[in-house]
Write a protein that binds this ligand. Sequence first.
Ligand code: SAM
Ligand code: CA
Length: 240
Amino acid sequence: MAEEKQTTTTTTVSRHSEVGHKSLLQSDALYQYILETSVYPREPEAMKELRDITAKHPWNLMTTSADEGQFLAMLLKLINAKNTMEIGVYTGYSLLATALALPEDGKILAMDINRENYELGLPVIEKAGVAHKIEFREGPALPVLDQMLEDACHGSYDFIFVDADKDNYINYHKRLIDLVKVGGVIGYDNTLWNGSVAEPADAPMRKYVRYYRDFVMELNKIEICMLPVGDGITLCRRIS
Ligand code: SAM
Ligand code: CA
């Protein structure tokens, strides 16, 4: 019995250390429970459709998980967000979650270096009737942020979701803390980086996990509230 339990634990641990696993919970069963009781039954039809389309895409590991989408939607409603920004769109799952959660006159400035993937999900976003809230800009986000600071767009965002190049998170933060309004929230995604942030420095890791881990850990030094949702979200609230 003890041995059987040990085997189960070992299997679970190794499965959860795989790159791309969407939950940091203790067991797959527990994660499945959350998905089946809280998330999937309430997931809007359009988000399910987008999730299915994304699942067929070769880079589907990048998508936001359904439980994280639900969390973002709840957070946006709790803070009454209206003017938002997203850096890192991919096929648009978190973008659609945001667009659905915002009021009719809500706005999202969405940026990604890749328009093709955004266009894969766009028909679903249009069908859901929320495309008018989105302004998509193709290209690297940092220069856009610099321009916004020059144009004195300071303190104009209620919520900003950062889910792009992790090696720029600190650079994003330096700019976003000016662009978000006082009382506004910035969410940095994947800040637990598949659990690697808690691993010893010499632990075996895939090359790209190790590379981005250092940047994520640097960002985590300024954390305000870190949540083990999805692959970890660090929320920062501007207070002055
Ligand atoms: N939030 C998305 C979702 O819910 O599916 C996932 C985003 S995916 C993890 C990261 C995205 O960041 C990719 O689509 C990539 O093209 C984009 N990206 C990478 N570097 C970028 C940059 N410098 N500026 C803007 N987007 C970038
Ligand atoms: Ca992510």
